[in-house]
Design a binder for this molecule. Structure first.
Ligand code: HT7
Ligand code: ZN
Length: 877
């Protein structure tokens, strides 16, 4: 497979001004007739006279006409995926007729069929599976699409833009013509044909235009649309208010499909969503599910500006639209709910998944330099680290400065395909600042380590703090340079209040946003006028995506835990204290000594449970122990798989034992409400109750079991029912067999609940988990062609069940390798995502590392898709 490099980017020789697509759906195949208006690119002096090269994958070419005349065989040639047309004039039309077989397309790219519904997925390079085209984001065209299909089976025919004509044809067929007035790259093209029900609403934009909102779903999902529709209207209003961005078409459509490789896709005016990211109601969806729907709806909507109106020049610039849009959806979620809790969740995920990616063989910069398969670069580095980079710009520019920059960016580049550098340039120009050094965040891979030391000199009333930044080498980048790192900071006095911050050079830090800007490998800042030994709260709000190393006493952590004015660092202090205690327990486990839990943690948790004045969502977060995956990433390597697991389980039990009464009081106080409401307080109450329930059930006595069973039976919503179900299913109690069967029976007709059922069983810590997963692969509800089912069963086992996946006999690894080999032929994108799990072998002990490498070698010996090949070969390098 060929490596594509950013350094080799060349503007296209030809542009396509208009595209008329005629898509005719028949029982066994689909014909696509594409009419293109092509011209040589005036910005490329050498373009004129060059052959035209279009790409196509798995297409049957039926014929080509140039300027109305059939193209003779000696005027074009097909070489692999490239259709080359020689001797073309500077301006001409092309008519290309191709035949495709969507029903056989299990890759879920291009045009495919999901539960009888035709739908498309063109990002990143799926359009080439529909017709020959210049399938690259810097070729932007005006699209008209005619969709034709049998009317009874496919009454709904959709594409981008506005419907301009529809009619009936012979043989029970019908058609609809759609016109998209905006130029777009083909990755934003979409088409849907199916038998769908629709929910409608309206939104009036700030300039008074009426927008028709439509949500298309299968008829039995009509009762799960309200939350998505409300979220959409909130997103539209928010983007007007916070970014001044108005929606630009008369119609905004969302279609829910069950077979989908990712969460959703922002096709212009016709978003296509994985059912899991759009459908929600109290009975079938957890609070976390509601949150996910809200944020994905917002994310795709925000792409209308950050991605569609201003798009990417090439796929190396993916973070231009994804990092910025994730940042925007994070801001939106923070505004809709609790800013602190959202930040905690986002940072937890970054530290667990992105930090792991950044220290492995797939480590790459936010703007990658090269790729074999672009689908492999829809990564947490491009998305989440990319969002952190935008967040740092926001912090450095301030809210108003950032808005000035984004206004300039949208105005300057509307209708263009641009680069990450253009984004930074707009921020610089709007604010009159120089971000030259900051740009390194886009090109340098790896997570910087930030070592912090501090000293208080009482007779000088001075507190000094020193930062040393280093970044370890990553593949292809042996040398690393210092980065521009904003470090938000606070110093707490003995009363727990923030002290005024003045540097020794006289600079007074903004009390609302105190930030130190690091630009060198080592830097010291001295604060004057500090009359008492302070406790430092460093990297507030996780102001930069770095690994912080700052030794603080346990008592200081407990102090921050109860006094820090920064909610994020309050939580972080509790995590750091918990990790310290877990380290004690890991040593005890390894030395086969009794587990002893530091009373400082126990008493801090007791105080948290008792204090009703605290934000209850935050209390729930502080009580949640770091996951085994988080600890695996955080602690020194090789990962102590078993010690982590047993220490964590032991700590849960010890805390449950020591705090049983308090836990039960919280459970009583946070009683289940008969009616479900999705709002900040209700979500907080449920989360706190269910964290406490999980603690109590670790004791697995009769009383705890009865508590879970009654919650399981009486819960009026999925959040409470699933929490009780999980606690029972993960226990050793014999009652669980009946509960597992009962849950399936109750929910077998709700695919998304069945996914939860698979997930809970796959993540069970009990030693029979792998046997159960293997048996569930044969279950009537499991489908190897459904990414949701694969993620729910195989993904949950391999990602969320470390102690069973990393079994010392290697059975977990062999199981995953079998599935990757099978999936490689069915759905390469999903197969390659699964194979990234095996790239972390170097983090494990010799025995496990060798077992993982043996499976990678076994996979590599197969005939692989470029997707899986890239991951496996880089992992073995
Ligand atoms: N922009 C979308 C990316 C996406 C995608 C990429 C590769 C293969 C399938 C895909 N489905 C959607 C989603 C987003 O970030 O909004
Ligand atoms: Zn996106």
């Amino acid at each position: 497979p060929k490596t594509i490099r950013l350094s080799e980017y060349q503007a296209p020789n030809y542009l396509i001004d208009t595209v008329h697509l005629d898509v005719r759906i028949y029982e066994h195949y689909t014909d696509v007739i594409s009419h293109l208006a092509v011209r040589a690119n005036p910005d490329v002096p050498t373009a004129s006279g060059q052959p035209l090269e279009l790409v196509g994958v798995e297409l049957e070419l039926l014929g080509i006409e140039q300027d109305g005349a059939t193209l003779a065989l000696d005027h074009f040639r097909i070489d692999g995926e490239v259709l080359t047309i020689k001797d073309v004039p500077d301006q001409f039309t092309l008519l290309i007729m191709t035949r495709i077989h969507p029903k056989q397309n299990t890759s879920l790219e291009g045009l495919y069929v999901s539960k009888g519904m035709y739908c498309t997925q063109c990002e990143a390079e799926g359009f080439r599976k529909i017709t020959y085209y210049l399938d690259r984001p810097d070729v932007m065209s005006r699209f008209t699409t005619r969709v034709e299909a049998p009317k009874q089976a496919y009454p709904v025919l959709l594409s981008n833009g506005n419907p301009v004509e529809r009619g009936d044809l012979d043989d029970g067929r019908h058609y609809v013509i759609w016109e998209d007035p905006f130029k777009k790259p083909c990755y934003l093209f979409a088409l849907v044909a199916g038998d769908l029900s629709v929910v409608e609403d309206h939104f009036t934009t700030s300039s008074g235009r009426d927008v028709l909102l439509q949500l298309y779903v299968e008829p039995h999902d009509l009762d799960k649309c309200e939350h998505a529709m409300d979220s959409l209207k909130r997103s539209m209003a928010w983007d007007e208010e916070v970014y001044g961005r108005e929606y630009d078409l008369d119609i905004y459509m969302i279609v829910a499909v069950s077979h989908f490789n990712m969460g959703a896709m922002e096709n212009k005016g016709l978003n296509i969503f994985n059912t899991s990211c759009v459908l929600a109601n109290a009975k079938t969806t957890t609070d976390m599910g509601f949150q996910r729907v809200e944020s994905v709806i917002a994310h795709e909507y925000f792409h209308n500006w950050s991605g569609n109106r201003v798009t990417c020049r090439d796929w190396f610039q993916l973070s231009l639209k994804e990092g910025f849009t994730v940042f925007r959806d994070q801001q939106f979620s923070a505004d809709m709910g609790s800013e602190t809790v959202n930040r905690i969740d986002d940072v937890n995920m970054l530290k667990t998944v992105q930090f792991a990616e950044d220290s492995g063989p797939m480590s790459h910069p936010v703007r990658p330099d090269s790729y074999i398969e672009i689908n492999n670069f829809y990564t947490t580095t491009v998305y989440e680290k990319g969002a952190e980079v935008v967040r740092m710009i926001h912090r450095l520019m301030g809210k108003d400065g950032f808005r000035k920059g984004s206004d300039l960016y949208f105005e300057r580049h509307d209708g263009q395909a641009v680069t990450c550098d253009d984004f930074v340039q707009a921020m610089e120009d709007a604010n009159g600042v120089d971000l030259t050094l900051f740009r390194r965040w886009y090109s340098q891979a790896g997570t910087p380590h930030l070592k912090v030391t501090s000293e208080y000199v009482s007779d000088q009333n001075q507190f000094s703090i020193t930062f040393e930044q280093t970044t370890l080498p990553t593949p292809g980048q042996p040398e690393k340079l210092p980065l521009h790192i904003p470090v938000a900071i606070g110093l707490l006095g003995a009363d727990g209040k923030d002290l005024a911050l003045q540097l020794s050079d006289g600079t007074v830090l903004d009390p609302l946003n105190p930030v130190l800007e690091l630009k060198q490998a080592k830097q010291t800042f001295r604060f004057n006028g500090i009359k008492e030994q302070p406790v430092a709260s460093v990297l507030r709000g996780f102001s930069a995506p770095v690994k912080l190393f700052y030794e603080q006493e346990r008592a200081e952590l407990a102090f921050l835990m109860s006094h820090d004015s920064d909610g994020f660092n309050r939580w972080n202090a509790s995590q750091r204290l918990t990790v310290e205690v877990l380290l004690d327990l890991m040593s005890a486990y390894q030395e086969q000594k009794p587990l002893y839990v530091d009373s400082l943690l126990l008493e801090s948790f007791r105080a948290l449970l008792a204090d009703e004045s605290l934000d209850q969502a935050m209390v729930a977060k502080m009580l949640e122990l770091p996951t085994e995956q988080f600890l695996a990433e955080l602690l020194p390597k090789p990962v102590q798989v078993d010690a982590i697991h047993h220490a964590r389980e032991g700590l849960k039990r010890e805390l449950a034992c020591g705090l049983r009464q308090e836990l039960q009081q919280v459970i009583n106080r946070c009683h289940m409400d008969p009616e479900y409401h999705y709002n900040v307080d209700a979500v907080a109450k449920r989360s706190l109750r269910n964290v406490c329930l999980a603690y109590v059930m670790t004791l697995a006595d009769d009383e705890a079991t009865e508590l879970c069973l009654s919650q399981y039976r009486e819960a009026g919503n999925m959040t409470d029912q699933l929490a009780a179900f999980r606690a029972l299913a993960h226990s050793e109690r014999s009652e669980k067999t009946q509960v597992i069967a009962d849950f399936y029976q109750q929910w077998s007709s709700e695919a998304l609940v069945v996914d939860q059922w698979f997930m809970v069983q796959a993540s069970s810590p009990q030693p029979d988990a792998l046997d159960n997963v293997q048996a569930l692969m044969q279950h009537e509800a499991f489908e190897m062609t459904s990414p949701n089912k694969i993620r729910a069963l195989i993904g949950a086992f391999c990602n969320n069940n470390p102690v069973n996946f990393h079994r010392l006999d290697g059975a977990g690894y062999a199981f995953l390798a079998d599935q990757i080999i099978a999936l490689n032929n069915i759905n390469p994108q999903v197969a390659s995502r699964m194979s990234t799990i095996l790239t972390r072998w170097a983090n494990y002990d010799r025995v496990r590392a060798d077992l993982i490498k043996a499976q990678l070698t076994r996979i590599k010996a197969e005939k692989l898709s470029p997707d899986v090949y890239e991951i496996v070969s880089k992992a073995l390098n």
